[in-house]
Write a protein that binds this ligand. Sequence first.
Ligand code: AGP
Length: 626
Amino acid sequence: MCGIVGYTGSDTAKDVLISGLKRLEYRGYDSAGVALERAAGPGGGATCLDIVRRVGKVAGLESELAHRDDASTCGIGHTRWATHGRPTTANAHPHTSCDGRIAVVHNGIIENFAELRAELESRGHRFASETDTEVFAHLIEEAYDGRPDAGIPATGDLMAAVRAACTRVVGAYGLAAVCADEPGVIAVARKDSPIVVGRGERGSYVASDVIALIDATRDVVVLEDGQFARLTPEGIEFSDEQGRPIEPDVTHIDWDIDLAEKGGYPDFMLKEICEQPRVVRDTLVGRLSPTGELDIDELGLSFEELDLIDRVYVIACGTSYHAGLIAKNLIEAWARIPCEVEAASEFRYRNPIITPSTLVVAVSQSGETADTLAAIRDARIKGAKVFGITNVVGSPVARESDGVIYTKANKEIAVASTKSFIGQIVSLTLLALLLGQVKGKLTVGQVRMLFRELGDTAAQIQWILDTQREAVHEAALACKDAPSALFVGRGMGAAISYEGALKLKEVSYLHAEAYAAGEMKHGPIALIDPGFPVIAVATDSPVYDKVVSNLKECEARGANIIALATEGDEDIRRIADHVIYIPPVRDAFCAITASVPLQLLAREVAVMRGCDVDQPRNLAKSVTVE
Ligand code: AGP
């Protein structure tokens, strides 16, 4: 998704901005740009704004800026992922007012953009882009200069003008603005779109993600909705919607920048896959009390409230939705509560049956996915209790839920979710165990045993990473030139298959579909020609024999069968062309282990096909707008 950076201080602004934008590249974008303040003539004089924008990578923008001098010490920058308007230079941020004296960068969406644009055009404003963001530049211009004919008084002050513009906008914004008439000042606003600011030794910084700031400072302020900040080289002033000064909460960032680097791996995706044993362990730390009961203190719901729950909805998107499919199996098995899993983008637009005894579990790695957030809000209005599972502390999902489990995956840089998916499954498993415990369907002894086995999956993942890479490589060779691939499984295996197909599609651009194996004969089997790759989750489970008989149907049609099987299962080799093993594990936990070879497979195929595994085309790390 889009990224914002801004800097005012004593260093060369273009260098600070480019390095910040590079840190934000992992979010996905299609164009980048900066606005730099410059003295207008060699002898000084009035300041003007130098706007440089490029379609494509930040490196292209950097090359362009190499021709500019180093004099500017204040500017704002942006990476854009197209929503309103195509990915063109004209639509890239920053956007400017009619006279070019005010420039803005913006993340989020302006819902009343069409009305505002029409209104501004009727007063003579000329628009240079198709974006919603540009209305901000013109609104700020009017508030700065005043429009007596429209009853708009002149503020003559950038911060006040930004605040006034925000009162006109319906929607979400993280915003940074500069004005040629106020050199060295950056005005910042936030509503429903993340903004962090911080003071370093050499100036003041703003970004949409703390990762862009941590080279300069580790003490940051995460702006709350409705808060504003005015940055100058000397300091930062915080204010509320009325312009009253406020005292901000400072957060100290204690994680290391190494986390944001590849740590010796060829790409972030592989690094993050390999971190999964740690994610399992960290997500479970401190969750079992000395008496053997589950302890989730950030639950936000009492055991009495949980006991009243009679229906669960898991709402999420993409990979997080697939974690929900796995949770459904566990919640229904252990707590005996009906559980439905819905894409948040569907849930929010229908009228689901929700009562005060409904628990809505919202799963989101980023904690800021627009559809998931909208679904949470809707569910709360309808009276549901909402429980969030997210990887980002203080994210909108965490803040807007009654309770939360954090997945402890740490920052996930690759666009494809891997370690956060494993963290989600572990967290959802904890929730299912807790519901089973509270509902009296699981004894303390059973919870303790299951918890221990859940923890064992860390070592099992490590075993897969240590021993199955070659088998994955062989399987990838069988897929890489295929026009398509089919993932099949039953029960837990079906849920894992959906995620396997999504991962392969998104990183390798190879078409893939997933089916419950029993559905093969109702249509998809028509796809199978000799050599067609069928990836089957055939691990030890109550439906193992059924999966094998489905595979026989594929074998009869000449499919190239890649089986995920349980270590020790030699029989599967009679039917499968390639076998990848996972260690023996209870079926309830096989999603955690069996997902790992599928992640490795998707990455391996993508690498063989020359794809950028960390930044697949057309995708962004989080989808904060529709
Ligand atoms: C998958 O690899 C993607 N990252 C994507 O499907 C993702 O899971 C989806 O966009 C939801 O994101 P969220 O978990 O941050 O809400």
